[in-house]
Design a protein around this ligand. Structure first.
Ligand code: SF4
Length: 428
């Protein structure tokens, strides 16, 4: 049985114009360095050199783990007390570390200098350092910089800053044939499935950004149309638009319905017939719907509360409410990019309580009062909430796990049904 509610505009544009609770207070989030964990796996000839403190080194090391069998593709140049006291020239020190690294690792073709919070790092001009080092290693290594600082950011902004830093260097295309660019880091398996689907629909001029190798950057120009695969890429989208590319607005490819609407945004822009679209998507869509049917009995009617963290909250809430009939207690998002979220907001139930930003104590009070069946939140909140008897889901897991596209729809639902099953077993 197909439980997916078809997308129609008669629902008076969902949450597009409902009031949003905006809060500015204490926040519980990870910093943008976290993005290195999935970015270093994706761009296989890149290296991420964090310019930061011992805290940054600990974060990145404990979150990303140690690569035992391969040479690591991330590291930290620690600005220590000697540097902080102004006894060493940080720029010279940085150049020395980079030279050492590149001499030892000729496989590195793209080096990111990743800025962080400490005040001495903020004072360092990493963009000048990147330019200086890029000219030194001309044609051999490109050196770029971006900030992964945790001041006023969320952990997914690291990817946005990283991708935005690459946009000015994308090769200019003079081809007038429309090209499609899928923007946002996706697991290779998801990328391969999407490539197959687009090819079956007749879209052969297709690129993924970021690419798997930095030497294969996608060309772009005014004929580029791009689809965002991740909702947290506002700066990257702006940089692509500034270079003439056109954004194709769509819900994000989460769930059967979301994936269908996302793919359809491309087929409409590329003039693909509905028949061809149906033919290419029918089988995987049915598989996705069947997979969701298995999780729906457990999830439907359950109340879910989202703390703002990954910026995936709104697309996830739409997926859970429309395709699995969960009840949305509160949907918190760190930032509400109305333009990027327009199609998602239209699909949320009109009564959804949306909040932007965070005042963590007040939000915890609201969560406890609402008594949801499940809470989606950052790691720092999960344990205390579990201790109070709430079932939680770490939002960071939703960024690490392949969840986009038809074939992953069941796995995505499983990420929410599993903690409930576990809690029921523990209570039995
Ligand atoms: S960038 Fe800032 S928030 Fe992130 S680990 Fe370093 S010091 Fe901490």
């Amino acid at each position: 049985m197909n439980q997916v509610i078809p997308i129609h505009a008669e629902e008076s544009l969902g949450c597009s114009d409902t009031p949003v609770l905006v809060e500015k207070g204490q926040r519980e989030v990870f910093c943008g360095l976290t993005g290195i964990i999935w970015l270093h796996r994706k761009i296989q000839d890149a290296f991420f050199l964090v310019v930061g403190s011992r805290t940054c080194a600990h974060l990145i090391q404990s979150a990303a783990g140690v690569m035992i069998f391969a040479e690591p593709r991330f590291g930290t140049a620690i600005i220590d007390e000697r540097d902080l006291a102004g006894l060493a020239d940080c720029n010279e020190e940085l150049d020395r570390v980079v030279r050492q690294l590149l001499a030892r690792r000729p496989d590195i073709k793209l080096l990111f200098l990743v800025g962080s919070c400490p005040s001495e790092v903020i004072k360092l001009d990493l963009s000048r350092a990147a330019q200086r080092l890029s000219s030194e290693y001309l044609h051999a290594v490109r050196v770029l910089n971006y900030s992964g600082s945790g001041i006023e950011t969320t952990f997914t902004q690291g990817e946005d800053a990283c991708l935005a830093s690459m946009v000015p260097g994308l090769p200019q295309s003079t081809d007038t044939t429309p090209r499609l660019m899928v923007v946002g880091t996706l697991a290779d398996v998801v990328e391969d499935q999407l490539r197959q689907l687009f090819s079956a629909m007749g879209i052969a001029q297709l690129d993924f950004f970021p690419p798997r190798r930095s030497t294969a950057m996608p060309p772009m120009g005014p004929s580029t149309r791009f689809l965002l695969a991740q909702p947290f890429l506002a700066d990257t989208a702006k940089a692509l638009q500034a270079r003439g590319a056109r954004h194709l607005g769509a819900p994000f490819p989460l769930g059967a319905e979301g994936t269908t609407a996302w793919l359809q945004a491309a087929t409409h822009a590329f003039g693909i017939s509905q028949e061809r679209f149906e033919e290419a998507t029918r089988a995987p869509r049915q598989r996705a719907e069947q997979a969701l049917n298995r999780h729906r009995p457990l999830l439907q009617g359950k109340k879910i509360f989202f703390f703002p963290d990954s910026q995936l909250e709104i697309p996830l809430a739409r997926f859970l409410s429309r395709e699995l009939q969960m009840e949305l207690s509160e949907v918190g998002t760190p930032y509400l990019h109305r333009q990027l979220m327009a199609q998602e907001l239209e699909l949320l139930p009109r009564t959804t309580k949306l909040s932007e930003g965070q005042d963590v104590e007040r939000q915890l009070d609201r969560c406890i009062a609402a008594q949801p069946d499940m809470v989606v939140c950052g790691l720092g909140l999960a344990n205390p909430l579990e201790a109070q008897g709430f079932t939680t889901k770490w939002s960071i897991e939703l960024v690490f796990t392949p969840i986009q596209g038809y074939e992953q729809a069941g796995d995505l639902a499983g990420l929410f049904s599993r903690p409930l099953t576990r809690r029921m077993k523990l209570a039995a």
